[in-house]
Write a protein that binds this ligand. Structure first.
Ligand code: UD1
Ligand code: MG
Length: 489
């Protein structure tokens, strides 16, 4: 479908008073993106001649989000209502014949639905076509008043409903397709006849209908697509729907998700087949998971690439990292930015890594910090090893070769290099390079004194004897004194 005669207008200038927030309403997030970004993206495949976003409240912040997505912005100052907002966009629409107008706070609408709306509008030679929805609870929304099965006579806002109209359950999504040569004159006749003294775009519908122009309403196939976010509760509901759609999409691609409603997945996340995601997992940002992975309860993976057959055990956090095939992580591991774990390596419990390359088959199994470090293939890092990468001013690198054995509780003070197949003795503080095949040991030599402990116990016990007998004597003396007190009473 060619839409060279169509412009998109997104209304995003309002304050969002009901959210009680210092952030612009359309910059609140649901389903892993700002509200307005969802809408711009849903419109992108329509290939309209122009996408115009009307900004006002926190205009610069909103422009900073939508302009990189290819939209142009126009400023509405002050914000005198949705009708005024569309009027402000007039010059930016150029020679467009039609305008697809959307609110910036209803982000669940899908491209297919918009395509259907535009087609209905074109085929019906309409002045306006409204995307509507039939809902169980219409409160808060403008209601569609029909004059026949196909034609609409007006949209009535909640605050202006008669008792009879209150029963109507077909609501206005605030997504419309307009024929501009019909819209502009109608909008010019709209008056601010409401308690906010605003120009309502919805009032243009009644004007067009009264002139005998065709106004249609197309009912959205899925009523959730029109949910608007005016309150924090609306935001939570919209987020819930986005998350459900994303989980369903991944399940359709062959991913198992246990207790799906507890799992949070951002829109750009992908996964291979037969990956199993347990309850309470979060997959965020641009995370890519391979096939046959296992993500255990409580794990969080952000902006990371994970290969095939990877196991991320309970309560591990993986951020901006790369994890190759067959790796095991956790439980309780923290992989920070710039970690690269190569094939078959193992990161165990209570291990923190940052800017670290852990080569194939290497093991960092317990209680370790590895930062600004390269660890060679098949090297084993003992429990409690710490790379001291920071001297209070700068970060320094640690390079550990392949097949190295670092004994437990070692401290490697960077910059330092441990050569291939070297050993570091447990409990060492290594401040100098250890060459290949060497042993680095840096700790006090052990002295064993036979019988020392038994002798010490005898000495201590003898020293305590006089003290014990003098306490007994003191107790005896104190008894008669207490007795005499009683007698006095
Ligand atoms: C609007 C509709 C209502 C519909 C509902 C669907 C009107 C008068 N009412 O109500 O019929 O059922 O959406 O969600 O249109 N905006 C501007 N400039 C302004 C005022 C608003 O750009 O001067 C923007 C807002 O930022 C928002 C959108 O327009 O993105 C809609 O405004 P909002 O205040 O949310 O209208 P609703 O009360 O939800
Ligand atoms: Mg709204």
């Amino acid at each position: 479908m060619s839409n060279h005669d169509l412009a998109i207008v997104i209304l995003a200038a309002g304050k969002g008073t009901r959210l009680k927030s210092s952030l612009a309403k359309v910059l609140h997030r649901a389903g892993g993106r700002t509200l307005v970004e969802h809408i711009v993206r849903a419109c992108e495949p329509l290939k309209a001649r122009e996408t115009v976003v009307v900004v006002g409240h926190k205009a610069e912040d909103v422009a900073a989000v939508v302009e990189p997505l290819g939209a142009v912005t126009v400023l509405q100052q002050p914000q005198n209502g949705t009708g005024h907002a569309v009027h402000v966009a007039k010059r930016a629409l150029g020679r467009a014949k039609f305008a697809l107008t959307l609110p910036g706070d209803a982000p669940l609408v899908r491209t297919e639905t918009l395509k259907g709306l535009i087609a209905t509008h074109r085929n019906g030679n309409a002045a306006a076509t409204i995307l509507s929805s039939v809902v169980a609870d219409p409160s808060g929304y403008g209601r569609i008043v029909r004059k026949s099965e196909t034609a609409v006579s007006a949209i009535v806002e909640e605050s202006q409903l008669t008792d009879e109209q209150r029963e109507l359950n077909e609501i206005n999504s605030a997504i419309y397709c307009f024929t501009l040569e019909n819209l502009w004159p109608a909008l010019a006749q709209v008056k601010p006849n409401n308690k906010h003294r605003e120009l309502y775009l919805t009032d243009a519908i009644a004007v067009m209908s009264a002139k005998g122009e065709t106004v249609l309403a197309q009912v959205a196939a899925d009523s959730r697509e029109v949910l608007g976010c005016n309150t924090r509760a609306d935001l939570a509901e919209v987020d819930r729907v986005f998350r459900e759609w994303k989980r369903n999409a991944l399940m359709d691609c062959g991913v198992t998700i246990q207790l799906p409603e507890t799992v949070l997945i951002d829109p750009d996340v992908s996964s291979g087949e037969d990956t199993v995601i347990e309850a309470g997992v979060q997959l965020l940002g641009r995370t890519k998971l391979g096939a046959r992975c296992s993500l255990k309860t409580g794990s969080v993976v952000i902006d990371s690439v994970v290969g095939d057959d990877v196991e991320i055990k309970h309560h591990s956090l993986v951020v901006e990292s790369r994890v190759e095939d067959g790796v095991t992580i956790g439980p309780f591991a923290r992989l920070r930015t710039g970690t690269h774990v190569k094939k078959g390596a193992r990161i165990g419990n209570f291990v923190e890594t940052k800017k670290a390359l852990i080569d194939e088959g290497a093991k960092v199994p317990h209680l370790t910090y590895v930062g600004d470090t390269r660890i060679g293939a098949k090297t084993n890092i003992g429990a409690g090893t710490i790379t001291c990468n920071y001297d209070g001013f700068q970060k320094h690198p640690t390079t550990i070769g392949k097949g190295v054995f670092i004994g437990s509780n070692s401290v490697l003070v960077a910059p330092v290099r441990i050569g291939d197949h070297a050993y570091v003795a447990a409990g060492s503080t290594i401040t100098e390079n250890v060459p290949a095949d060497a042993l680095g040991i840096s700790r006090g030599r052990q002295v064993t004194k036979p019988g020392w402990a038994a002798k010490k116990r005898r000495e201590l016990s003898a020293a305590l004897q006089p003290a014990k007998s003098s306490r007994r004597a003191a107790k005896k003396k104190s008894r008669p004194r207490r007795a005499s007190k009683k007698r006095r009473r």
